[in-house]
Design a protein around this ligand. Structure first.
Ligand code: SF4
Length: 341
């Protein structure tokens, strides 16, 4: 058994082979290093910030410090992104954008609309284990603080606690959201589903610390896994813990079995919860999305919990809204030069 098969037993060998990339699209491979069980592929990039959406439909701006993720979640929806790197080992090969702080500084120095936020980690985790060695996300925060750019962070880790000095200052001058992915309050279940992420308890404690520091906080209960993490008791406990931690939103959505997620997740079920295989096949018989009646049931449960614990289902938008460039130009051309948005 190879080391990776031992670490991620729900992956078949078909997901372990890959051609060697040296240059693809917008990056150049400059070296490799072994950090723990991760082969880090160091790359340089031309740009740090990428728009979400296209042209006039841009809805936000993202930075992904790393590509690939060593947290190894069995339901990981981001694995398809390694296809762009001609690499199918999403958990074992992590690409570190070693010049991303400098690329960000260049982009911001060319001009950035005041108050428009940047999302860190919309695809892969900016605080995954190799951040302890590379500290790239910390250096990104330093640049964002210099330019006073609001930031929304999505992570499954608590490593951002090491950067609380920067987050506290960013929260004071322009705004910070910390959105922690947390799908179950149960430690044994979380260990099985997200084998290399911190325990749920540590994540709740980190959320409480963020509130003390003035950050907005949310729990991402995404994905909800039918028959595994969706009992009323589990969901209630998650809301209780979120309430104790002062969390301001719980965002929930059911599992999607898109692309290779279906094969990997069903493989996991076969090995660990074989009695659920048929039930999932029925729930996802018509495609990537769960059966409508299940989705309606979940929405009802989450709605009731949200009302009962007084925790909204989404955070208010951070910073200035992103609107199309032409509209910005028109609005900015007001007589006193101030933006009315
Ligand atoms: S933390 Fe997110 S990106 Fe990383 S393995 Fe888990 S689901 Fe995938």
């Amino acid at each position: 058994m190879s080391e990776l098969t031992r670490l991620f037993p729900y992956l078949d060998s078909q997901y372990m082979s890959y051609p060697e990339p040296t240059r693809a699209g917008n990056f150049v491979l400059t070296g490799t290093r072994q950090v723990g069980h991760t082969e880090v592929r160091e790359i340089t990039v031309k740009t740090a910030v990428t728009p979400r959406g296209r042209g006039v439909r841009v809805t936000g701006y993202d930075i992904n410090t790393y590509r690939g993720c060593a947290h190894g979640c069995v339901y990981c929806f981001a694995r398809y992104t390694h296809g762009y790197m001609a690499d199918s080992d999403f958990f074992g090969h992590v690409y570190a954008k070693v010049n991303v702080p400098e690329a960000l500084e260049r982009q911001l120095a060319r001009g950035w609309k005041s108050g428009v936020a940047i999302n860190l980690g919309s695809v892969t985790d900016p605080y995954q284990p190799i951040e302890a060695s590379y500290r790239l996300t910390r250096r990104i925060l330093e640049v964002l603080l210099r330019y006073r750019v609001p930031v929304s962070i999505t992570t499954k880790s608590v490593m951002f606690l090491k950067d609380m000095d920067l987050l506290e200052e960013l929260a004071r001058v322009c705004g910070v959201q910390v959105r922690i992915s947390l799908i179950s309050p149960s430690k044994p279940l979380a260990r099985q589903l997200e084998p290399y992420a911190p325990t749920p308890q540590k994540r709740f404690e980190a959320l409480a610390r963020c509130r003390e520091a003035g950050c907005s906080t949310a729990v991402l209960m995404m994905p909800v896994l039918p028959y595994l993490t969706d009992s009323i008791e589990e969901i209630k406990k998650l809301y209780q813990e979120a309430s104790h931690a002062g969390v301001q939103a719980v965002v929930a959505a059911p599992l999607r079995l898109r692309g290779s997620v279906r094969e990997v997740f069903m493989n996991f079920l076969h090995r660990n919860h074989p009695r659920l295989v048929h039930r999932y096949s029925a729930l996802y018989a018509s495609g990537d999305d769960v059966d409508d009646s299940y989705a309606s049931w979940l929405s009802l449960v989450v709605g009731i919990m949200s009302e009962y614990y007084r925790i909204p289902r989404e955070l208010p938008p951070l910073g200035r809204p992103v609107v199309q460039r032409e509209l910005f130009a028109l609005l900015d051309a007001g007589p006193d030069g101030s933006c009315p948005v």
